[in-house]
Design a binder for this molecule. Sequence first.
Ligand code: SF4
Ligand code: MG
Length: 326
Amino acid sequence: SEPVLDVQKLKTYFYLDQNLVAKAVDDVSFSVYPGETVAIVGESGSGKSITALSIMQLINKPGRIVEGSIRVREKNLLDLKEKQMTTIRGNHIGMIFQEPMTALNPVFTIGNQLTEMIRKHKKVSKEIARNKATELLRVVGIPRPDAIMKEYPHQLSGGMRQRVMIAMAISCEPELIIADEPTTALDVTIQAQILDLLKDMQKRYNLAVLLITHDLGVVYEYTDRVIVMYGGQIVEQAPTKKLLSLTKHPYTNGLLSSLPNMEEDVERLGTIKGTVPAAYNFPAGCRFSTRCPAVMEKCRQINPPLLQLDADHFVRCHLYEDGGDE
Ligand code: SF4
Ligand code: MG
């Protein structure tokens, strides 16, 4: 089938100064298919959020998309005018942010905001829109939806606000939801509830979901495919089970070994040493070379290409080239 979202050779750079360019997203290509949940995983500074914002055309100066294409149902979003893009944002792509307070308007009730959103999308009467809004709140598991309709965002808990955000995102019947760290600001038990809800909605409406997260722990249960980013580039990509069991890239390995070990209930000692290099100051060669435990001489000179290992597993690392360990 055709992808819902197809990103090709995307480059989003930030022109910080005359000679200072931050290559936040640097030649990134991937697709998301209908009904599929794909995670983009990486530490902060890896380029994952900038990738999401680029898709939504929410990059501000000094940032700019300098190259590539972003196709949603055959339309290249980079060719659209802002007005057409607003339509795409409402009708085809729903967005869920880390902090719902920044996306909700504090001076309007939940009912007002949800009703307005529905009426922007469909020309229906206020009454019909209000009924649909109440129904949506019920769908996302909000108890007493009639009462919540009359409340303001600050009166709700973080978890409830995130449920409202999900209701807003699905209210326009999108094909794709982009969720950027949707549970990072929440308690662990609430996190699981929100991710379960997102999964329910994904199944119920056959949505494609692009989940941006720094937590490789959440991908196992909730995603079909994983894209690992480092230094503005994809370093590994595979179906979730394959990625977790046949891990190839040293960076993915590092992310995995820094996950808490459930059985022993202790943090394993495998955390990756060092910090993510700034996007205006990548090392020559492989961008992970300054932290990689397997670094070789050639890694410091040549940035490896993304290699295809089999039908659906890709890795950017010299170790997997023919004769890579010579
Ligand atoms: Fe490590 Fe070299 Fe592979 Fe980069 S190319 S991840 S430095 S082994
Ligand atoms: Mg982020």
